[in-house]
Design a protein around this ligand. Sequence first.
Ligand SMILES: [Zn+2]
Length: 161
Amino acid sequence: MDGSTHRLFAASVSIATSTATGAPLWQAAASAVIATASSAGWTSPDADQTWLDWTPGGHRGLMHWWGLPAAVAVAVLVFVPPDSAWAIWALLLGWSSHLLADFIFGEQPPGIPMAPWWSYAGLGLNSGGAVEKALRWGMPAFITWQALALVAGDLLLGWRP
Ligand SMILES: [Zn+2]
C-alpha cells in the first residue's frame, strides 16, 4: 500500500475511534495527527526499509508482526494510567492500521507475519491496484464527512460527554 493511502486509512480509523470513545475535540485532533504520523514512512512499520532495515525478516518482517503492538498494548494497560494513555493508543492505532492495511494489500509474500518474521498471512490484494486507487480517491471525502460529524456532534448536538 502506498504511503498516502496508509495515512488516509490511519486518519479515518483514528477519527472513528475518537468518535466512538467520546474523546474531547482537541484530543481527537491530536490523536489523528499522531496516528497519521505512525502509519507511514520512517515512524511506521515501514521503518524496516530505512533505519530499521537490520531487524529480522527485513521489510515486512519483525516490524510488521502484530505481536509488537499487542505487547505494547498490554504494557499500556498494565503500567500507564488510563487518563494519560491516549497518545500511546493513538500511536498504536496508526501503527496497527498500517499492519491491517498490509494484511489486506501486501503481496510477495502476501500480508504480514503471523509469527515474529515468518508464517505470512493476508488477503494479497494488488498493492497500488484498482481497489487501493479507489480508496485513495474516495477516502478524503469520507474523512471530511467523519470530521464534520465529529465536530457537529461535539458542538451542536451535545451528545458527547
Ligand atoms: Zn508496510
